[in-house]
Each structure stands twice: as structure tokens, then as C-alpha cells.
Design a protein around this ligand. Structure first.
Ligand SMILES: Cc1cc2nc3c(=O)[nH]c(=O)nc-3n(C[C@H](O)[C@H](O)[C@H](O)COP(=O)(O)OP(=O)(O)OC[C@H]3O[C@@H](n4cnc5c(N)ncnc54)[C@H](O)[C@@H]3O)c2cc1C
Length: 542
């Protein structure tokens, strides 16, 4: 087996621990009423892992494609790929509710093996769950069988190569299992970057980004992931789609867009051709405070509509800003509040702006453009320390989830997007729905991505976890939030559909839209083996 491939995934299943400082814990206890001694959740070791049910002929067919050493049936390999990284997934791995454990983990070594595995699965009635980094937070990698006799996780870890690079055209071809961190390392050797930095950067893969229409924190500058895709190779049980011959084309509808966001339900992405950019040599991250949500979002709208957004543009509402200040704790937070009050910023909303450029001059010009459009909006600049603190901690948030779970906190995020005219209504509707469902909860929100016509909203929820039925507690809150979102915006701006958002897809694209997608699925996956229960659950029957 290749060195460096973690075949069990158990060690790094969550994103690691990051102990909560005592002042943060005290503050949380006061705000959401945590019990002094929360009920401990059962450790992993007590989890029930059923025996694999893969038929003898099915297993033999898979082994003949990838070799017996790449069909894993052991407890740890299967347990390590039982679900993604949502709050509910984490609870299930701590012994709450039932885990969907795959019957085997299969590791193909190249795109041809992927096609052959899919053919074998179609022939032997086996569901296939494509698995990149396993960071899905919407049930995208849950090992559902969809009526098949068994379900395998198709782990793309071995598709980890940079296939080719064309510096003149600024294009790279990467295999789907390349992790974002490795992609950046490989590209940096050629002086390039993708500029795609979602919070799941440390684990997620190129194929996963394409399959979910991911958006990184610097999407205002580098674009969403789909903006970077120039070509894509998709393996299906009936053959291969290989798309992308030119930067633009009028040769009919863009079939690439059927593949991007298809969440493993139409096929397995094996290679992606991506636009790259030179690595920025000059960066500047700063913190600004604006007064109140409505005025602050007016400012972001102005930046977007004047097309002078910084590469990273992230606006926290007053609740999120207050939590960030409180968790900083002590004299520093108090001093910031007093300073802002003295400058008539009574309801502070923190704005992080980050510019990345190829020269000091370019950076200065772009920053000046942003600040010119910001000028009519009253703001206070607290400068580089806040911006740099955010930049250095930008991937740390997820690490605190384990610590929060350990002390009895319900912690989860959800996201949406809408047009500017609906943005504040949507935020209020989601906040209200979550608070009514969860009672004494902290509901924080930020604009994570801005466009000329609207923006996305990203919510983080903290509440005291219920001792009885904690999964039900969150599922009720999530349903309430989704029902608030459905009439006002999209059910997902970048987390994708998975199982969790599937009930809301028809509301967004209409029944004809579902029919179109179902027809595509039937053409590419006639027996319905691909990612059962996700995106289009009703189309699984094949
Ligand atoms: C802490 C945390 C922070 C996050 N932050 C962000 C963020 O900032 N922005 C963002 O966009 N998302 C974010 N996410 C969500 C998640 O990281 C993205 O959905 C990511 O794109 C998934 O990549 P992955 O490789 O982990 O895919 P996986 O989780 O393995 O899979 C996701 C879906 O894609 C399918 N899939 C995976 N690989 C392939 C393939 N090669 N071919 C076909 N289908 C495939 C899977 O079956 C599944 O349906 C976050 C998640 C976590 C846990």
C-alpha cells in the first residue's frame, strides 16, 4: 500500500481537539445554562459494527479490479468511513443513535479502476458511496444501501496525483482524491495557488469540492470552486464523461455543470482541470467595525456592486461579534468595546477584509478601491492585529467542536443565500426559528460570501445539549430553520444537498427540475447504485 495513506481514518476522524479556555467555559455556562457536570457520551469503543454483508461474488468482483489489499473489511476502516462531520455524525460516533457502517471500503488506484468498480457494483447490486475527505456536513457520505444488498465506500485517497500542468494557460489537472493541502503544496512548487480555502481545507479533497460546489473563504477574489473548473472526468457504471476542451464554448448546454454539484449521484469525479493563479506575494488582512447589521450589510452591498470586494470579505452580525469579543475575554475585549462606544459604534459588527496581490502596488490600489467605497459608511478600523488573528485562526473553529461536545454543548452550523432585498428578512426568520426551537441558544450569523445581487448567510448555533434524544433536539431545530429558509433563499449555498436538504430540493428547482435531474441519473446510473439516498432519493430505484 502507498505510504502516507491512512487506511483506518480513525486517528483523524474529527478535526482534533482544542481545549476551551476556562473563561470561555464560564461564559458559555452563563449564556446557555450548561450543566456543571454534563452526562458523558459513550466512547467509540462501545459502538456496534455489524458484520459485512457483501456477497462472495460481489467481493470477488471488486477484488479482481483493485486487488484484495484494496478491499477493506476490518472494523476500523469501515467505522472510520461511517458518515461525515455534521453534529449528528459526531454524536453517532459517540454512541448516540445508529451509525450506518459500510460493508467494505474500496480503494481504486486510477480512473479506469473506478469505472470497473462501478460496473461491478451495478452488476452485483452494491450501493457506492464516493468518499473524498469525508467532511460532508449534510449526510453526503452516509453509507445508505438504498435497497441494495450491500453498500461500499469508494475511498478516493489513492487518486492523489497531479496529472499535468500547463503554466501558459494556467491550468492544472488534479486527480479527485488530492487533498486541498497537498494541492496547494504541489502547485506552490510551480508558483501557483488555487486560492480555495474553505474551513474544511485541512481534510477535504478536489473531487469533494467539485461534487458539492464548494465555496472557500476567499471566494470573492478567487471565485467559488465551480468558477475554477475548466474540465472534468466522470466515471459512471455505463462509461466515462470527459468534458472541457476550451475555456468557453457555445456547443450546447454546459454539461460540466451537471457534474459539478452532482454529489456522487451521477458518477464519480476522477480528475478535475482547474484554473490556477500565481501565489500572492503580498497580503493584508484587517479588522473593521460597522454599526448595526442593516448599515453593515449596506456597506458590503456597496463593495460588491462597485466590484471592489476584498478577496476575503466576512461580516459578522452583532451577536457573533459579541461572542468573539467575549471569548477573547479580559481587559482587551473591554477596551475594544469602550473604544467603539466612544466612536458611536454601539452595535458593533466585525468586518474582516483581506487582500492578496502580486505586488505592493497592486495591493495598495485594490485596498484603496475597497476603502473608497466603504468611506460613506461609518466605520472604525482596528487594523492588522484583528485581521491577522482571524487569518491565523481561520481553520481552528472546527477543532473546538470536540471540546464543546465534551462539555455538553450542541454546536452546529447551517448556511443559505439570497438576494440583497431579502437578506435581513431571511436572517431574522432563521434566527427566530432556531431560537424558538432551542430556547436559550446563541445564534450567530455572518455574511461569508458576497455577490453583486446578494450574499450568503452562515449561522453558528450553540445551545445546551438535551440529555434525552440530542439528535432529535437538533433535527427539530434544523427542520424549523430549513422551513424558514425555503421561501426566502436557497436551502444551501455551499454545503450541498446530501440527505439533510433533499426534502427541500423540489421546492427550489420545481418538480420539472427534479424530473430533469432524475433523467440524467437514469442515463448515467441505470440501476441506481450511486450514492443512495442523497440529492435525489426518489430516483434510487434505478
Ligand atoms: C468543519 C467544516 C468546515 C467546512 N467549511 C466549508 C466551507 O468553508 N466551504 C464549503 O464549501 N464547505 C465547507 N464544509 C463542507 C465540506 O467540507 C465540503 O462539502 C467539501 O467540499 C467536501 O469535500 P470532501 O472531500 O470532504 O468530500 P466528502 O465529504 O467526502 O463528500 C462530499 C460529497 O461529495 C461526494 N463526493 C466526494 N468525492 C467525490 C468524487 N470524487 N466524485 C463524486 N462525488 C464525490 C460524496 O459522496 C458526498 O456526497 C465544511 C465542513 C466541515 C466539517
Amino acid at each position: 500500500m502507498e505510504p502516507g495513506i491512512d487506511h483506518t481514518l480513525r486517528g483523524g476522524w474529527t478535526l482534533g481537539e482544542h481545549a476551551l479556555p476556562p473563561h470561555a467555559l464560564r461564559w458559555l455556562r452563563t449564556r446557555i445554562g450548561l450543566a456543571e457536570h454534563p452526562t458523558p457520551i459513550a466512547p467509540d469503543s462501545v459502538l456496534t459494527v455489524p458484520e459485512p454483508e457483501l456477497s462472495i461474488v460481489g467481493r470477488a468482483a471488486l477484488e479482481s479490479v483493485v486487488g484484495a489489499e484494496n478491499v477493506l473489511l476490518d472494523r476500523n476502516s469501515r467505522l472510520g468511513r461511517s458518515g461525515g462531520m455534521s453534529y449528528v455524525d459526531l454524536l453517532r460516533h459517540r454512541g448516540c443513535g445508529e451509525l450506518a457502517v459500510p460493508d467494505a471500503v474500496v480503494l481504486p488506484g486510477d480512473p479506469d479502476e473506478v469505472v470497473a468498480v462501478l460496473r461491478a457494483c451495478a452488476e452485483h447490486d452494491i450501493g457506492v458511496i464516493p468518499f473524498g475527505g469525508g467532511t460532508s456536513v449534510v449526510g453526503g457520505v452516509t453509507a445508505l444501501r438504498g435497497g441494495k444488498h450491500a453498500a461500499i465506500v469508494l475511498d478516493l485517497t489513492r487518486l492523489n496525483r497531479l496529472v499535468s500542468i500547463d503554466p501558459l494557460s494556467r491550468l492544472v489537472v488534479l486527480q479527485a482524491g488530492v487533498r486541498a493541502t497537498d494541492a496547494e503544496r504541489m502547485l506552490a512548487a510551480h508558483g501557483f495557488t488555487l486560492g480555495h480555502f474553505p474551513q474544511s481545507f485541512e481534510r477535504a479533497t478536489i473531487g469533494g469540492f467539485a461534487a458539492t460546489r464548494s465555496a472557500g473563504q476567499a471566494s470573492a477574489g478567487y471565485g467559488r470552486f465551480e468558477d475554477m473548473v475548466d474540465g472534468v472526468r466522470l466515471a459512471t457504471p455505463v462509461g466515462e464523461l470527459d468534458l472541457g476542451v476550451a475555456p468557453a464554448t457555445a456547443a450546447g448546454p454546459d454539461l460540466k455543470q451537471l457534474v459539478i454539484g452532482s454529489e456522487g449521484a451521477f458518477g464519480v469525479i476522477t480528475e478535475v482541470t482547474l484554473r490556477v493563479r500565481p501565489v500572492a506575494t503580498h497580503t493584508r488582512y484587517e479588522g473593521y467595525f460597522l454599526d448595526g447589521w442593516d448599515k453593515a450589510t449596506d456597506a458590503i452591498r456597496d463593495l460588491a456592486q462597485h466590484r471592489v470586494l476584498a478577496d476575503v470579505t466576512r461580516l459578522s452580525d452583532a451577536e457573533e461579534t459579541e461572542v468573539q469579543l467575549s471569548l477573547t475575554g479580559g481587559v482587551k475585549a473591554g477596551a475594544v468595546r469602550a473604544y467603539l462606544r466612544a466612536r458611536r459604534i454601539n452595535d458593533p459588527c466585525l468586518l474582516i477584509l483581506g487582500w492578496e496581490a502580486g505586488s505592493a502596488g497592486e495591493l495598495a490600489v485594490r485596498r484603496a478601491g475597497t476603502l473608497r467605497a466603504l468611506r460613506p459608511h461609518r466605520y472604525v478600523r482596528l487594523g492588522k492585529p484583528i485581521g491577522e488573528t482571524w487569518r491565523h485562526g481561520r481553520f481552528a473553529g472546527p477543532r473546538q467542536r470536540d471540546s464543546l461536545l465534551n462539555v455538553g454543548v450542541l454546536v452546529e452550523t447551517l448556511e443559505t443565500a439570497t438576494h440583497w432585498s431579502q437578506l435581513s428578512t431571511l436572517r431574522s426568520a432563521v434566527r427566530g426559528a432556531l431560537q424558538r426551537s432551542l430556547g436559550r441558544a446563541i445564534v450567530m450569523c455572518h455574511v461569508s460570501h458576497a455577490y453583486e445581487t446578494g450574499a450568503s448567510l452562515y449561522f453558528t448555533v450553540l445551545a445546551a445539549r438535551a440529555d434525552e434524544d440530542p439528535i432529535g433536539q437538533w433535527q427539530r431545530a434544523k427542520r424549523a430553520a430549513s422551513e424558514a429558509i425555503a421561501p426566502l433563499g436557497t436551502i444551501t449555498h455551499h454545503h450541498a444537498v446530501g440527505t439533510d436538504h433533499a426534502p427541500y430540493l423540489a421546492g427550489e428547482v420545481g418538480s420539472l427540475g427534479i424530473d430533469v435531474m432524475t433523467s440524467v441519473k437514469r442515463a448515467l446510473d441505470p440501476t441506481g447504485v450511486l450514492n443512495p439516498g442523497k440529492l435525489l432519493p426518489a430516483a434510487d430505484r434505478g
